[in-house]
Each structure stands twice: as structure tokens, then as C-alpha cells.
Write a protein that binds this ligand. Structure first.
Ligand code: ZN
Length: 872
């Protein structure tokens, strides 16, 4: 049965403190949990205490020092029920036994390399001991850890270290940690093992010195410097941008090589997938560096938005995730280039969240029902959740937004809060009624704005007719109109925004039209010339915009709009129109014809030295195949999309060959590698030029780039081209790359991914063979994702092979992995999420595979949930 938001009730008992005693052993870890528990007001005496558990073995249970008899309780591996607890406060002591070495789900306490670590969000703490494993039960944790000294010289947990020592006469030692901040169980963490440690300090704005420690695998200590630097910049930025200061004496990060997600914000002890910590120039790309900076910031920012203020229940997940993504995006914008960051974020939103919203897995930013919460750590909750916060800022203005945030921190510190609590702070700070705005949290699907324009020259009157709609989504056949902030400019003939004397038909605050009705006629008086409308500047709302603009008007915006985001958008719009036409031509058996004006515009952007190289690189990147598929919407043929896109790419490459050659040569640099945004932008532009040159047939440069590269960004860009284009040197390059990085898992992942994403007919056989490679692993999520998930999500033509073999291969792996790690298996299965939009033949194959998965007996809840919803 699903869990429903409307069924929320507080627990009958509160748990004030918990003292844990954990004795680490791979097969036989013992956990003793002593909790101080009291009935909440209104709880009837004798109300049973029902605690969560998962795959636990109970070894003892006592109340106030007295062991309970079997008539007093019932224990299964899923729950512990105490039939009649004392009427007042009492101490419960529970003993459990677990086997970290057998924990392949990587939830709860598990082994990674030869270390121990935990992952408790969302419901992993119940795999350590019986507890109220839900975010609205906040307790003060004291954690004693004991282990063999040789096996685990470091013993870490949340809070501050209060005691440590050897256990006399044994080979064991212990450490005791105390976290003074009450927290939910999902923020608990424990690490034991042998690591290399990198240390630093940070002085907070009130002058307290905080110890900073990053723990990495031995031999990787030369790869932690960028993460440490990112952490210090994050701490400073949160003080300046939001007035948030760190609150413990120590902040620790542990990098592990087996991790289901990106990272985890456990209080004072963040645990990271090591791909978001480790970097040096010859093993990490510019994108890796940017990801590290962003994820380090994200987890650090959770200390306030997530930890000090947590969520009442898991329906409120976006309260901490959407808000924290917004904060990390703002941080990266301030550290790097704001327009470039915005374009990258919108690309991610459109390629991950828009397809989710358009398919059978669509759900509101705040869902109202779920079967398995792990399946809701989605692009909708995270990325669309961030867009909703950004819209609040756009509507309210920066100052009022900050006042609302200040109020939220002041009022809810120490609370397990809801979205209603959060939005109320902004309503109060602004005096604005935000009840219609709340629909952004409740309605799923991507709204669409249809816009038409008219200009009356004699009256100097310009009119925008704006209509909003939102397509039906699972469980939501009809939608209410929403509040949509449309940042805009009326671009005049010389490229500057035109002034207007008066406006009517909608609230217009500064450069934002606030759309609230199904239809607005927005009338601007005193407009001196016919403008070209620049709408949704900065992508001010996560909507689809349908506005008929001539190619001339788009080319004009590309050259002249003073909003950089919309200059980029103009190029995307032009390319998308051309790509849809080219795809249609291919399907009709014709040769696509490409407009030379478009080719010319791309070549001109490439060499326009007045424009930031990173921005030029983003503009030159054609919309991804999946984006084109989404725009086409139904009866999708991925091979035709690929052929159409290839034709456009080759036309631009050939027409702009001289420009790309010039660019490639002029951007050569003798400087040592630096990961800063400006250098990364120059590399991105140079590699984009290389990509076009290769598509124009100039493949010699590619191999030479591969051989002479002095950093991973350039080497991998060249390898991707050699392999993706199926050049004769591909095998030799792959062998060379492997031998250079043999044993370095994170780099071998890149080697797997390059092969899995090559759009070649031989790819599936190669991927199948690579699943037998000694470096591949079903139990390590990074290895598995870099090969199998990369194939399913990053290779449109081969996953969607017309014979259905790509689907069958992926479904087989979903079923195999489900018995090892259901969370990662469920993620993989969501690669089928756009299956209904496919042409009939592929659709039938995909549906058959989804049904085959669903029919398997003993399926995990994670995979069953995705299969059920996908089939809808
Ligand atoms: Zn997060």
C-alpha cells in the first residue's frame, strides 16, 4: 500500500536521546541502542511502541534495565513492537546484530574497500537498529564505536569527539562522539577504517576555528586539494550570501568508492562518492572539477537547509533538496560565470526533468503518495524544486527573498518543517498571497506558454497575447492556472530594449510579467518601433514557450539580445527547428537540406572574440538527441534523429571549417593546466572546434590531440571522438588509455562510458563483452553505471535499437542487479521512461521488456514501483 501525505500523524512517543554502542566486525557487528523515550502529549497510557527495522536480528530488549519477556514484545526483521510501554518516560535498550560485509544494498552499515561506512537517508538507519526511522523524530546522539585497531585506525561519527582510547589487553580501541544538535536518524553516520587524511582549518565569521578533515583512500592524498578549497569557499559564501555560520568544532568528509548516490550531508560527517572528491589534472575533467565544487557546496549547505531545519516527512524532500540545489547553483554562479552556469543548469533541467515530467514517471515537486521513497530522489524534486525557489526570488526581488529566508531560519531552526512553513515565510516577508504559487509544488507536468504578438504602428501599441496550459499527467487529468514569472525585454531595431509608457493586462513588476490567468492580453503603450520579444529571459520559469518567431528574428536575438541566456536560447531554437525538419526528411527517405544562414550564424558565433569562450562552446553544442525526441513528442525514431542531427553537424562543420581550424589553432595554450572557469571555457571551445573539424573529416587532428594531451579534459574529448566516430585508431587508443590508468577505477569508468555511448551498431556486443571485463563490477555502483546505465541513458540509437536487443540487455541487467542493489537497479529501469513516445515497433519491444521485468517473482519494491508506474 502506498504512503500518503494526507495520512501524516506524529509518533505517539518522542525519542529524546540515543546512545549507540557499535562493535565493528565484517560478519558480526553488534549494536546496542539505549534510547530515552517519552509519550507525547495526548498519547493514551499503554499505547504500543512500534519501531522500524529492516533485515535485523534482535539479540536483546530491555526497559529501564529489565529484560522483556517474549510476551511483552513482538520482533520481526521489519519491526519491533512493545505492547505496553510504561506510562511515563523510560529507557529502552535494544541489541541487534548485522553483517556489513553482506550488505550489497549499500543502505545502513556496509563495507567499502576494507572500510566500514553508513548511508541512512532515506530509510537506512532501520538496518542498524530498531528505531523511529522517520525525519520528524529528533534525538541527541552519542555514539561509541569499537574496532580492531589494525582494521580501523579511524573511528568517526557525528558531532564532536569526546573520548578515545585503547582497550587494555586487547588489539582493540574505541572512540565516543557526541552531537549536541537533535537530528533525525537519516543524518546519522559512522565510519571506521584506514584512510589518508587531509586537514585544514576555517575561521568562521564570529571568529571560531573549525577543523576541516577530508579522508581518502591511501595513495589518493594528492587528489583532495580542490575539494578542500571548495569546502572553504562554500563556508565563506554561506556566511556572506545567507548569514549562515558553521556550528560544530569539526567538519569531516569521507570519500568512499562504493556509494549509491552522489553524497550525503550527515551532520558534521559528510560521506561522499569519491568521484565528487578526488581530482587531479591528468585524471579529472573540467566537468569533474565543476561537479566536485558543486556537490561539496551542496552537502555543506545542507547543514542549515536540511539539518538545522529538516523535513517533517519524506513528502517534503524538496524542502531541503530543491532549496539546497538552488543554493549550490547560486554559489557556482558566483564562483564562475553566471550566464554559463545558468545555461548548463537549464540544459540539465530540459534533458532530465522535462522528459520525466512528460512521461509516466511524472510527479509533483512535492508528491502526495509513494511506494518507495528512494525512487523520488529525482530531477523533479531536485532541479525543478530549485527552479521553484528561483521563481520565488524572481517574483519577490532579491531583498524580500533574503528577508523570507532570514525569517525561515529564525522561525524554524530546530524544526522538522513543511513546504507550507517555508512558503509562509515568503508570504509574510512580502505581504503577497502565495496560495496560487503553491501549485508549483502540487501540479506535475511542464506548463506551456503560447504567445502571439501584434504591433499597431500608428498607435505605437504593442500587444502580447499569453495563454498558459499544462498537459495531463498521472493522477492529474486537469490543471489549474499557475503563477508564471516571465522576465522579458522588447528588443528594438538597434538591439537595445525599447521603453514603453504604460502597460495593462497583467501585473508587470520591473522586467517581469506575472502570468496568473489562463489568458492575458498584455498591452504596451508608447512603443516607438516594432520590437522582437525576448521572453523568459534567464529561463525565469520552467515552462515550454511556444512563440512563432521568424528565423530572421531568432538570428537577430542570437546576435543582439542583451540577455545572454536568450542569445543561447535563440541558437537552440534555430537548431531545434532545423533538426526537426532534418529528422522529418530522413524519415521520408530524403536528404535533409540545411539552411546556409544557420551554418553561417554558427560559424560566426564560433570566432566572435568579444564573447566568452565557455558561452560560445555552449552555443555551438547542438541540442541532444533526447531533447529533439522530446520536442517531436510522439512516433519517435531515434535513428532518424541521429541521422538528421549528424547532417546538421556535418553541414556546420563543412561550412565553418576555416573558422573552426582558426579557432582550434588560436586556442592552443602552453600554460600549465588550471581548473578555473576561464581556462575550462577555452578548453571547451577548443574541443568543440575539434569536434566540428572531425565531423568535417579532418580526423588527423583528433589522434594528435589524444597523443599530446596533458590533461584528462583534452585526452577524453579526443578519445570520445576517436571511438564515437569509429575511426581506425579507436582500438589502439582504447588500449593505450586503459594501460595508462589500469587500476584507477574512476578513470576506467570514463573508458567504459566512452565505449558504451558510441553510436555504433557494434556497441551492444562490445558492452556485453565488457560486462565480463575484470575491471567491471555489479556491486560497485560507479562501475555499473559507467557501463550499463551509460548505455541505457547516454546512447539513444543503440539502447533504442530497432530490433529491441538494447531493451532486452538493459532489462536483463535490471533483473540481475535487483538481487544485489535494488536502488541502482530501479534507476536503470527508469531509462525506459519515454517509451510511450516511440514509434510503434520500438514501443512494443520496450513495453514487452517492462512487462517481463514486472512479471519476475520476488522483485524489490524499488524496481516493482518503477515498472508499475512506467506501464501506468
Ligand atoms: Zn541534497
Amino acid at each position: 500500500d502506498p504512503v500518503r501525505l494526507k495520512d501524516y500523524r506524529p509518533t505517539p512517543y518522542a525519542i529524546r536521546t540515543i546512545d549507540l554502542d557499535v562493535r565493528l566486525d565484517p560478519e558480526n557487528t553488534t549494536v546496542t541502542a539505549r534510547s530515552r523515550i517519552e509519550p507525547r502529549e495526548g498519547t493514551a497510557p499503554g499505547t504500543p511502541l512500534v519501531l522500524d527495522g529492516d533485515e535485523l536480528i534482535l539479540t536483546s530488549v530491555a526497559i529501564d534495565g529489565r529484560a522483556l519477556g517474549t510476551a511483552d514484545y513482538e520482533a520481526t526483521d521489519k519491526r519491533l513492537e512493545i505492547f505496553a510501554p510504561p506510562a511515563g518516560a523510560f529507557t529502552l535498550e535494544v541489541g541487534t546484530r548485522i553483517a556489513p560485509a553482506k550488505n550489497t544494498k549499500l543502505m545502513g552499515l556496509y563495507r567499502t574497500a576494507s572500510n566500514y561506512c553508513t548511508q541512512c537517508e532515506a530509510e537506512g538507519f532501520r538496518r542498524i537498529t530498531y528505531f523511529y526511522d522517520r525525519p520528524d523524530v529528533l534525538a541527541v546522539y552519542t555514539t561509541r564505536i569499537e574496532a580492531r585497531k589494525a582494521e580501523a585506525p579511524y573511528l568517526l561519527s557525528n558531532g564532536n569527539l569526546i573520548e578515545r582510547g585503547d582497550i587494555a589487553g586487547t588489539d582493540r580501541h574505541f572512540a565516543v562522539w557526541h552531537d549536541p544538535f537533535p537530528k533525525p536518524a537519516y543524518l546519522f553516520a559512522l565510519v571506521g577504517g584506514d584512510f589518508a587524511r587531509i586537514s585544514d582549518t576555517f575561521r568562521t565569521m564570529s571568529g571560531r576555528d573549525v577543523t576541516l578533515e577530508i579522508y581518502v583512500e591511501h595513495g589518493r592524498e594528492d587528489r583532495g586539494a580542490y575539494a578542500m578549497d571548495s569546502l572553504k569557499r562554500s563556508m565563506k559564501w554561506d556566511e556572506e550570501a545567507f548569514g549562515r555560520e558553521y556550528d560544530l568544532d569539526i567538519f569531516m568528509i569521507v570519500a568512499v568508492s562504493d556509494f549509491n548516490m552522489g553524497a550525503m550531508e550527515n551532520k558534521g560527517l559528510n560521506v561522499f562518492n569519491d568521484k565528487y572528491v578526488l581530482a587531479k589534472p591528468d585524471t579529472a575533467t573540467d566537468q569533474d572539477y565543476a561537479n566536485i565544487e558543486g556537490v561539496i557546496a551542496h552537502e555543506y549547505f545542507h547543514n542549515w537547509t536540511g539539518n538545522r531545519i529538516t523535513c517533517r516527512d519524506w513528502f517534503q524532500l524538496c524542502l531541503k533538496e530543491g532549496l539546497t540545489v538552488f543554493r549550490d547553483q547560486e554559489f557556482s554562479s558566483d564562483q564562475r560565470s553566471r550566464p554559463v552556469k545558468r545555461i548548463s543548469d537549464v540544459r540539465l533541467l530540459k534533458s532530465h526533468q522535462f522528459p520525466e515530467d512528460a512521461g509516466p514517471l511524472a510527479h509533483p515537486v512535492r508528491p502526495e503518495t509513494y511506494h518507495e521513497i528512494n525512487n523520488f530522489y529525482t530531477a523533479t524534486v531536485y532541479e525543478k524544486g530549485s527552479e521553484v525557489v528561483r521563481m520565488l526570488k524572481t517574483l519577490l526581488g532579491a531583498e524580500t527573498f533574503r528577508a523570507g529566508m532570514d525569517l525561515y531560519f529564525a522561525r524554524h531552526d530546530g524544526d522538522a518543517a513543511t513546504i507550507e512553513d517555508f512558503v509562509a515565510c515568503f508570504a509574510e516577508a512580502s505581504g503577497r498571497d502565495l496560495s496560487q504559487f503553491m501549485l508549483w509544488y502540487k501540479q506535475s507536468g511542464t506548463p506551456e506558454l503560447r504567445v502571439a504578438q501584434g504591433y499597431d504602428a500608428s498607435a505605437k501599441r504593442y500587444t502580447l497575447t499569453i495563454e498558459q496550459s499544462c498537459p495531463p499527467t498521472p493522477g492529474q487529468p486537469t490543471k489549474l492556472p499557475m503563477t508564471i514569472p516571465v522576465r522579458f525585454g522588447l528588443v528594438g531595431p538597434n538591439g537595445a530594449d525599447l521603453a514603453f509608457e504604460a502597460v495593462s493586462g497583467a501585473e508587470v513588476a520591473g522586467d517581469v510579467i506575472v502570468v496568473t490567468e489562463p489568458k492575458h492580453e498584455v498591452v504596451f503603450e508608447g512603443v516607438s518601433a516594432p520590437p522582437v520579444p525576448s521572453l523568459l529571459r534567464g529561463f525565469s520559469a520552467p515552462v515550454r514557450l511556444a512563440l512563432e518567431l521568424s528565423a530572421e528574428a531568432s538570428l537577430f536575438l542570437l546576435a543582439s539580445d542583451n540577455d545572454p541566456f536568450n542569445r543561447w536560447q535563440a541558437a537552440q531554437t534555430l537548431a531545434t527547428t532545423a533538426l526537426i525538419e532534418a529528422t522529418r526528411a530522413v524519415r521520408a527517405g530524403a536528404v535533409p537540406s540545411i539552411d546556409p544562414k544557420l551554418v553561417d550564424a554558427f560559424a560566426r558565433v564560433a570566432v566572435d572574440d568579444k564573447v566568452d569562450p565557455a558561452f560560445r562552446a555552449l552555443t555551438l553544442a547542438l541540442p541532444a538527441e533526447a531533447d529533439i525526441a522530446r520536442e517531436i513528442g510522439s512516433d519517435v525514431d531515434p535513428d532518424a534523429i541521429f541521422a538528421g542531427r549528424d547532417a546538421l553537424k556535418k553541414a556546420i562543420a563543412t561550412g565553418g571549417r576555416t573558422a573552426f581550424r582558426h579557432l582550434y589553432e588560436s586556442l592552443a595554450s602552453a600554460e600549465a593546466y588550471s581548473p578555473d572557469a576561464a581556462s575550462a571555457g577555452r578548453r571547451a571551445l577548443r574541443n568543440s572546434a575539434l569536434d566540428y573539424l572531425a565531423h568535417a573529416g579532418e580526423t588527423d587532428s583528433v589522434m594528435e590531440r589524444y597523443r599530446t594531451a596533458d590533461n584528462m579534459t583534452d585526452r577524453l574529448a579526443a578519445l570520445g571522438l576517436v571511438v564515437g566516430l569509429g575511426l581506425p585508431e579507436a582500438e589502439a587508443a582504447l588500449i593505450d588509455f586503459y594501460s595508462r590508468f589500469d587500476g584507477d577505477g574512476l578513470v576506467i569508468d570514463k573508458w567504459f562510458t566512452v565505449q558504451a555511448t558510441a553510436p555504433l551498431a557494434a556497441t551492444l556486443d562490445r558492452v556485453r563483452a565488457l560486462t565480463e571485463h575484470p575491471a567491471f563490477s555489479l556491486t560497485n555502483p560507479n562501475r555499473f553505471r559507467s557501463l550499463v546505465t551509460a548505455f541505457a541513458t547516454g546512447n539513444q540509437t543503440q539502447f533504442n535499437r530497432p530490433d529491441g536487443a538494447g531493451y532486452a540487455f538493459v532489462a536483463d541487467h535490471v533483473l540481475t542487479l535487483d538481487e544485489i542493489n535494488p536502488q541502482v537497479a530501479a534507476r536503470l529501469l527508469s531509462a525506459f521512461r519515454s517509451w510511450r513516445a516511440l514509434e510503434p515497433r520500438r514501443r512494443a519491444y520496450a513495453e514487452a521488456e517492462l512487462k517481463r521485468v514486472l512479471d519476475k517473482p520476488g522483485l524489490s519494491r524499488d524496481v516493482a514501483d518503477i515498472a508499475n508506474r512506467s506501464l501506468g
